[in-house]
Design a protein around this ligand. Structure first.
Ligand code: 5GP
Length: 141
């Protein structure tokens, strides 16, 4: 059985504008921003605006909207970083590796022979700002 949604989770607070984020894309149903501890340059997170703890309780229409944005961002990060590949990850419940309990998909540009960086290392704000700008430029280009 899954637990309930906590409206004070970090991503809910980012959505409400209570905490800052390096935004790369937003629309009526979804919001995308850079992971503050990226596993690779350009590591994005895509979330629904509608509250959902994870994939288990998400409204299917909201999930579909998130996946549309995941596809858009996958193409954009590959272009922005001239990456030949992209990894999409999504974790559910603590046993599934989930740490923040608002549904999110990771979108990470990938390069041959380059492994993901270990989790938990904070990136410099100026690097996040520059990477977000690259992705926004790829989205409009
Ligand atoms: P997961 O729940 O999928 O295991 O991972 C949560 C992700 O959120 C991690 O990759 C972590 O680096 C990221 N994260 C945690 N706190 C923040 C935050 O305050 N801002 C941003 N942008 N990302 C965060």
């Amino acid at each position: 059985m899954t637990s309930s949604y906590d409206s004070n989770n970090i991503f809910a607070r980012i959505l409400r504008g209570e905490l800052p984020a390096h935004t790369v894309y937003e629309d009526a149903d979804t919001f995308a921003f850079l992971d503050i501890m990226p596993r690779g340059d350009g590591h994005c997170l895509v979330i629904p605006r509608k509250p959902a703890r994870n994939i288990l309780d998400a409204d299917p229409d909201s999930l579909a909207a998130v996946l549309r944005t995941v596809q858009k961002l996958s193409r954009a990060v590959m272009e922005a970083f001239a990456a030949p590949g992209v990894t999409v990850q999504q974790f559910n419940e603590p046993a599934g590796g989930q740490v923040v309990f608002h549904l999110h998909f990771h979108v990470i540009p990938r390069f041959e022979g380059v492994t993901l960086r270990p989790p938990g290392t904070m990136e410099k704000p100026e690097i996040l700002a520059a990477n977000a700008q690259k992705i926004r430029a790829a989205l409009v280009g």
